[in-house]
Write a protein that binds this ligand. Structure first.
Ligand SMILES: C[S@@+](CC[C@H](N)C(=O)[O-])C[C@H]1O[C@@H](n2cnc3c(N)ncnc32)[C@H](O)[C@@H]1O
Ligand code: SF4
Length: 371
């Protein structure tokens, strides 16, 4: 392997986060065929950071990544799923969902503004026909596709082997019992098969977990994290349960949140897995990073919202540009309201300040995207 290239990638990963290099470099060295794709990503990461800096000098705050809820369809009905509560999953509205070509146009504009990475969610993204065309079209951008892992075909995994700019994030809740109770019978088995198949084909994968009162103990047990690492998983998103339908029964207690955070920090020190913890990490970044501070969200029909859990918008990207949406009064007021961005011991800042958010909605004449 070319030492110069691997040094360049190593340095770039360290710029993103020092522990990223420690976790991903061994994987890259083990899969030398990924080197070319990683070099391309490293170069475009640096370039997009420069573009965002230039945009900021001109007054536009561009986030490093966008969350695209690419479809409003889903084949599961997981308990407490926020997308059902916010109206993102609603099969009647499928007819308004953007076509792949419209998503490609939005990603192109985002790329020109300096967005580097895209989280693809939904609904279930793999229900969108030809989903991977997006990763093929933009080989210099990073895609993380969040999936329930039940419908991924072998031919798609074959394609991923060549793509390298796409990480598949499979959602599980914990073991078989915990996963199937929240997601449905047989879901755990299919999700684990998908994780195993991705690993056996040399495709990098991760998991996404909704941390709640029922599974928090499971994830505080280090051997369960070791088990995942042994399955080839190198990335995990721990998303604390947000009680969108006012059902607070699953929400962590203050004590559980504190202990879980301590455990995340311990895993970061000791385990070969890159962890993203929400809202724990956001608290270290000065509060909620929605509304373009760190990311923004686009609904299946193209509405630009501060985050996937917040269903308010003033701009629809079939009618206006992303630039205009990021520059909107709605986004600016949220970004500039320090108090609004504090999580206050809740898993979601905007959710815990819903009254203040309602005042802003009226002020800027925003609409509810689930309407
Ligand atoms: C909404 S799903 C969409 C992608 C795909 N259908 C899946 O299940 O991964 C994305 C992630 O959000 C998590 N999630 C769903 N409802 C949540 C809630 N109320 N609070 C926190 N995370 C939630 C899911 O567990 C999943 O890992
Ligand atoms: S599979 Fe994903 S989108 Fe579908 S209900 Fe479950 S969490 Fe929600």
């Amino acid at each position: 392997m070319d030492e110069k290239n691997s040094n360049y990638i190593n340095r770039t990963l360290k710029k993103v986060d020092p522990s990223m290099a420690k976790i991903f470099m061994p994987w890259i060295l083990k899969h030398p065929k990924s080197m070319y794709a990683m070099m391309r990503l490293a170069k475009s990461y640096r370039k997009s950071r420069k573009i965002r800096g230039e945009e900021l000098l001109k007054g536009l705050k561009v986030p490093p990544f966008l969350i695209l809820s690419i479809t409003s369809n889903c084949n599961l009905k997981c308990a407490g799923c926020y997308v059902t509560a916010t109206g993102t999953i609603c099969n009647q509205r499928t007819k308004n969902s953007l076509h792949l070509e419209q998503w490609i146009k939005i990603i192109q504009e985002a790329k020109e503004l300096g967005v580097f990475a895209f989280i693809i969610a939904g609904g279930e993204p793999f229900l969108k026909p030809n989903l991977l065309k997006i990763s093929e079209e933009f080989k210099d951008r990073l895609f993380l596709i969040f999936t329930n892992g039940t419908i991924l075909e072998s031919q798609e995994i074959e394609k991923l082997k060549r793509l390298r700019n796409t990480i598949i994030m499979v959602s599980i809740e914990g073991d078989q019992d915990l996963t199937n109770k929240r997601r449905g019978i047989g879901v755990y088995e299919k999700a684990i098969n998908t994780i195993n198949e991705l690993d056996s084909k040399g495709v990098i994968s991760g998991i996404s977990v909704t941390i709640n009162r029922k599974n928090v103990k499971f994830w505080m047990e280090p051997t369960n994290v070791d088990d995942l690492i042994s399955k080839g998983v190198r990335l995990a998103f721990f998303l604390e349960y947000i009680p969108v339908d006012n059902d607070t029964e699953l929400m962590l207690t203050t004590e559980e949140r504190k202990k879980f955070r301590e455990m995340v920090l311990y895993y970061r020190e000791t385990k070969q897995i890159f962890l993203v913890h929400s809202p724990g990490d956001e608290e270290y970044m000065g509060g909620c990073v929605s509304a373009g501070r760190g990311f923004a969200h686009i609904t299946p029909s193209g509405d630009l919202t501060p985050c996937p859990v917040s269903n308010i918008a003033t701009h629809n990207l079939t009618k206006t540009s992303l630039r205009a949406g990021l520059n909107s009064q709605l986004f600016k007021i949220i970004r500039e309201s320090e108090h609004l961005l504090e999580t206050n011991g809740s898993p979601c800042a905007l959710f815990s300040h819903s009254e203040e958010v309602n005042v802003i909605v009226k002020k800027v004449k925003a609409y509810r995207t689930s309407a």
